[in-house]
Write a protein that binds this ligand. Structure first.
Ligand SMILES: O=C1O[C@H](COP(=O)(O)O)[C@@H](O)[C@H](O)[C@H]1O
Length: 262
């Protein structure tokens, strides 16, 4: 039995962003030492804004993101054009990519292939092929191992586009899955599978605001919550998981949180 996930709580998003920066830069340093590249999977939703605060404040602490060594993948993506308001790529581009100061370099980004907007099975297969190309042949690597996965938590406990009760949660072979009936619009999406989403060297969740407190209590304090997608990642990845939350998001949560620092 491994150690439980880490739950770090902060007064507000400024403090949260400062610690998230330290966490990301630490993951970057480890990755660059290991293989001179930093492979990161990111989510959409509320995450990119907080991540931008963490990464783009050039006056914030020691160390800097070395973006020219970053390879950015999408933990999930909606089957829409890249400039569509629902696109996770658009969100990450507008919040982060477009604002990276030139001296920090440019990351390599892997968006979905728009050729397959009408065939999400093919879109998922192609994104999986992209991962295979980067993480080495599927036969030799059972699962791709991201250096860092940065995930969100929906108010129903979903993460990536893995929703509570979805049959996709039982998929153990594919790396990337299509979903055509997402309960949250838009319905057509692709997502990393649960085994891949649980397999990062580090997995950081960000959840902020009082709107998340009920689901945080469920995930951390109840047996049913441990079966929700976020709870399953907590179970599978244990101490490789770190949650970055603000105080309103854990109001009433009994699971011990470390407050104010990493
Ligand atoms: O639909 C999605 O929702 C989740 C959670 O979003 P949040 O706004 O509650 O943080 C997000 O992580 C995922 O990437 C997105 O496609």
């Amino acid at each position: 039995m491994g150690k439980p996930p880490n739950l770090y709580a902060f007064q507000g998003t400024d403090e949260l962003a400062t610690s998230l920066r330290t966490y990301v830069l630490d993951a970057q340093a480890n990755a660059l030492e290991r293989h001179n590249v930093f492979r990161v999977g990111v989510s959409g939703g509320s995450l990119p804004k907080v991540l931008a605060k963490a990464l783009l404040d050039t006056n914030n602490g020691e160390g800097k993101p070395e973006f020219d060594k970053w390879e950015i993948f999408f933990a999930d993506e909606r089957a829409v054009p890249l400039d569509h308001e629902d696109s996770n790529y658009r969100l990450v581009k507008e919040e982060i990519l477009d604002k990276i100061p030139a001296e920090l370099g440019k990351p390599t980004v892997y968006p979905i292939d728009l050729k397959y907007l009408d065939d999400i099975q093919e879109m998922a297969d192609q994104y999986e092929k992209t991962l295979v190309g980067v993480f080495a042949a599927r036969d030799s690597v059972k699962l791709p191992m991201f250096d860092l996965l940065l995930l969100g938590c929906g108010p129903d406990g979903h993460t990536c586009s893995l929703f509570p009760g979805s049959p996709l949660l039982r998929e153990h072979d594919a790396w990337v899955l299509p979903i055509s009936d997402s309960p949250k619009p838009p319905p057509k999406r692709i997502t990393l599978s649960l085994p891949v989403a649980s397999h990062g060297i580090k997995i950081g969740f960000v959840a902020t605001g009082g709107g998340k407190k009920d689901i945080m209590k469920e995930i951390f304090d109840t047996e049913e919550g441990r079966q929700l997608p976020c709870g399953l990642i907590n179970q599978f990845a244990q101490e490789r998981v770190s949650w970055f939350v603000d105080y309103p998001a854990i109001e009433g949560v009994s699971f011990p949180a470390r407050r104010g620092s990493l």
